[in-house]
Design a binder for this molecule. Sequence first.
Ligand code: DC
Length: 224
Amino acid sequence: MKKITIVIDGPAGAGKSTVSQHLAKRLNYVYLDTGALYRAIALAARQKNIPPTNSKKLYELCCQCRISFKKMKGKQKVYLNGKDVTSALRIPPLSLLASHYSKLPLVRKALLRHQRKLGEKGGMVAEGRDLGTVVFPHAELKFFLVASLKERSKRRYLELKDKKHSLKQIEKEIQKRDQQDRERALAPLKKAKDAIEIDTTTMTIDQVVSEMYKQVILSTKDFK
Ligand code: DC
């Protein structure tokens, strides 16, 4: 089967990460979590006390940051300058911070290049916000996942092991982030015209992955 580029966009908690990883595994494709790139830049900026307003320092930071992925025991690990930052990237305050920094043109420009380089060989399932519209507009298959705010908040709450944040707090954070991601001027969260929308609110992971797999078979059958 020809290896294609598959992009999965959508708001936080719509199920992108889980289904992207399952689909990539089923197809033996590379999985790319583009949100982790924005989270890593936000973490690095926080560690170095660089505010979003300091463009010069932020530009230098984007040039210096080495962000890489490694699969360990079936789980994806994210490294920032050689250090495992996987857990640090997932805490709710960092999610919002990543959303703040992702509004900045110079951050998006630096990461656009990085993402395209990672995806140049195809055979990839990538998840994010602007992949179908901006980063990989020519991807052979595009999905846009949605789910109710209640369901998305519940999923995030269950995902966070420490339970330091209440369900209500998570719901507020997701709502704020959604609004920020949708309303930013550059590359906002938006469904590409040619993307297939799937509402995952009442679907299981297996159901979503099966639906996507069906679409992959349909879109690659002419290339065999
Ligand atoms: O997918 P995520 O929740 O890990 O993403 C964290 C933030 O990064 C998200 O709120 C907005 C930003 N982001 C983006 O602007 N573009 C992407 N392709 C992926 C993430």
